[in-house]
Design a protein around this ligand. Structure first.
Ligand code: ADP
Ligand code: MG
Length: 355
């Protein structure tokens, strides 16, 4: 539960602001709020709808999307998911025929991996499991936590590396509409889509809101936020940038109009402390250690949910200088919070950010 509370405090500042600035005096449609948990984190929904019944139906639909994505496609933990089966296939000579959805997602992950010089890497699961940070971050008492042994860490790291994945396009004869690939994972390799799942989920939620003709909504899944449509009073959405060293407060807010995806990666989401040193859940593939590039929080703002999530993780590992260059390559805006507490913003981010 500690994990959920920690995440909840990191999500609330942005959404509470939303409520204060957007709730009063609004004509119809009205705002409905709900807080739930899915994908191992807190989900907060603010939906503008004509009545409670409609809002509840929409809210249930959104929760369903999150559960379905996790259970059927991207969880490495659940036997029911496609990713679980892919991981089971590691070392098989015939590989695994991916669904169209997972083919496209994995292709995009491999591209970000390449563009980030390997900093972003969805093959780190053996290392992630060795650190087991998520479980320890959720525990009430982390006193017994033992750091991984260097030799074992190196053995796990040797199993990783996105460049070792082979994706072979599968032919569907004349039907070029279907795009699937067969995935070949070397023995011991295991995929983890934890760094992009929330962003991908928010993209699906944006489509769902559009299909259901929702006028406006803000949905946050852990540290990833979707703003959609507009408020009845046409004022902008406010998304808080959490202070990584005091997660009950914000460093500032982003004022956004229409559809945006905002993802934050930080060393305060999931971590354990040993002898005063913080070990968090974002791993530098170069060392197998928690990334240590001089930043404690990175927020990425884009029009693409997948990219906002992938780039916030990648930029956290790369640090401010290299991360800024990567974000620019994708036309994404980025805000870094350094370990000294300074903020570094891309030029474009400055127009959305206020202290
Ligand atoms: P959060 O899950 O807290 O929103 P991120 O989106 O930054 O944070 O994703 C972190 C998760 O991604 C980790 O819990 C782990 O499962 C996975 N991960 C860790 N290091 C990397 C990396 N270098 N590249 C890709 N995924 C990573
Ligand atoms: Mg991410």
């Amino acid at each position: 539960m500690k994990k959920y509370l920690k995440t909840l405090t990191s999500v609330l500042p942005g959404t509470v602001l939303c409520m204060l600035l957007g709730g009063c005096g609004a004509e119809k449609p009205e705002k409905y709020m709900s807080v739930d948990t899915a994908m191992g984190t807190v989900v907060q929904q603010n939906i503008y709808a004509s009545d409670r019944e409609t809002a509840e139906k929409l809210s249930g639909g959104i929760t369903g999307i999150l559960e379905q994505l996790e259970q059927q496609t991207i969880s490495w933990r659940l036997e029911s998911s496609e990713l679980f089966a892919v991981n089971e296939s590691a070392g098989n000579a015939e590989g695994f025929l991916l669904s169209e959805e997972l083919t496209k997602l994995l292709e995009k992950c491999l591209e970000v991996s390449e563009q980030s010089g390997g900093a972003f890497d969805v093959t780190l699961l053996p290392v992630v499991q060795l650190w087991d940070i998520d479980a320890w971050a959720a525990a009430e008492n982390t006193a017994g936590y033992v750091l991984p042994e260097a030799e074992l860490l190196q053995q796990k790291l040797d199993l990783c590396g996105s460049s070792k994945i082979k994706l072979a396009p599968e032919s569907h004869g004349d039907n070029v509409e279907i795009f699937q690939a067969r995935c070949f994972l070397p023995r011991g390799m295991q995929l983890d889509l934890g760094a992009v799942g929330k962003g991908v989920a928010l993209e699906k939620i944006a489509d769902y809101l559009e299909r259901n003709q929702v006028s406006g909504a803000v949905v946050s899944v852990g540290g990833s936020v979707l703003t959609y449509g507009e408020k009845p009073d046409r004022t902008s959405w406010k998304v808080g940038i959490v202070n990584p060293r005091d997660t009950s407060s914000n460093l500032g807010v982003l004022s956004l109009e229409g559809q945006w995806f905002v993802s934050t990666s930080g060393d305060y989401e999931r971590y354990v402390e040993v002898n005063g040193v913080r070990y968090h859940h974002i791993i530098d593939p170069a060392t197998g250690m928690p990334a240590n590039a001089g930043v404690c929080g990175v927020t990425v703002l884009t029009r693409d949910g997948f990219l906002s999530d992938a780039l916030s993780t990648a930029c956290f590992i790369l640090g401010a200088e290299k991360g800024m260059a990567l974000a620019e390559q994708y036309d994404a805006e980025v805000l870094f919070v350094t370990l000294e507490g300074d903020m570094i913003l891309s030029e474009g981010m400055k127009q959305y950010f206020q202290k």
